[in-house]
Design a protein around this ligand. Structure first.
Ligand SMILES: [Zn+2]
Length: 77
C-alpha cells in the first residue's frame, strides 16, 4: 500500500497502520526503493517502506508531490 506523507502528523515517527489488527505499535522500517521523480523517467527519489509485524504487509510513504500508484506528479494534475 502507498500513502502520501501529508496523510499523518509531521511529528509522528511512522504512519498509523491501515491494516486491521488489535496490537500496536506494529511498524518497523523495511528498506526502501527508488522511484522516478518525473513521469518520463528522469530523476530518482528514495521511498521509505514500513513492515507491519502483525500482518506482514508493507506500506510505502511517498513525498507529497507523488500520487500513489500513478507516475503523474501532483503539480501536473
Ligand atoms: Zn500494523
Amino acid at each position: 500500500m502507498q500513502i502520501r506523507r501529508a496523510s499523518f502528523p509531521t511529528d509522528a515517527p511512522h504512519p498509523p497502520c491501515p491494516f486491521e489488527h488489535e496490537d500496536s505499535p506494529c511498524f518497523q522500517r523495511h528498506g526502501h526503493y527508488k522511484r522516478n521523480t518525473q513521469p518520463e523517467g528522469s530523476g530518482r527519489t528514495r521511498i521509505q517502506r514500513f513492515l507491519c509485524k502483525f500482518t506482514g504487509k508493507t506500506l510505502s510513504v511517498l513525498p507529497d508531490t507523488f500520487l500513489p500508484y500513478r507516475s503523474i506528479n501532483v503539480p501536473d494534475v
